[in-house]
Design a protein around this ligand. Sequence first.
Ligand code: AMP
Length: 281
Amino acid sequence: MEITGAIEEVRKQVKEWRRQGLSVGLVPTMGYLHEGHKSLIERAVAENDRVVVSDFVNPIQFGINEDLATYPRDIEADKRLCEQAGADLIFHPEAAEMYAPDFSTYVEMQKVSEGLCGKTRPTHFRGVCTVVCKLFHIVMPDRAYFGQKDAQQLAVIRRMVRDLDLDIQIVGCPIIREEDGLAKSSRNTYLSREERKAALVLSRAVFLGEDLMKKGERDADTILAAMRSLIEQEPLAKIDYVEMVDADSIEPLARARGRVLTAMAVYIGTTRLIDNFIMEV
Ligand code: AMP
């Protein structure tokens, strides 16, 4: 496995693979890799001849008061995980390699990026779309892998690929959880022991919502009220949002119908965590 911070190196390598007729998968990440990322890399390894993992804490997807400076990093551990998972190349650029001092072109999306996380993080998806678009142009993969953990991000990327006619297959992968239910996240490292316990309200609310829908409940207010009241019982938790939307358009639903995304963002202390479930009804 190779690692490089240079765009030109990635291009050279991928061109060589292409010359040999090999297919290429891309797994975009912000590093501090865990089992969730690993599941994406392993899926990419299973479905492509060569796999590139990008490992880049993308500054432009963080808002001014967010955790860019403290976002956890451990490239040595990331290398080991990528190697174990069977990746071929890590792209680990400096911010200056990706963004020239006079960088001025952004990919901006309406609607799909405006609800849910877009409300609290108004410039987040502009940063995500721009960096993913750049990564797509640098690597030119056949397939790119994203987790359902970030369900709105997945919807946004699918829409960008459709709208801009990018010839890349987007593969969505299921949420990987800790044994007690907490969705794996690089940000879980911010949690104190007490907060780690409190963070279980997110997955508990997900399981409760899922259960209600499995039992036939379709009314969004009823499902969301039950989930909210469970979360509100935890003193360390503060709800940002708990909503039911169409999984593709991210438009709010009054009744569960079609591919339904029920998603939440909840602060545990100062750490903002997200979780969700998707059900076809
Ligand atoms: P991040 O490094 O947090 O930007 O995540 C990189 C990719 O890994 C995104 O597509 C995420 O959705 C995905 N991912 C993160 N956590 C998980 C998880 N627990 N299960 C599945 N995919 C995940």
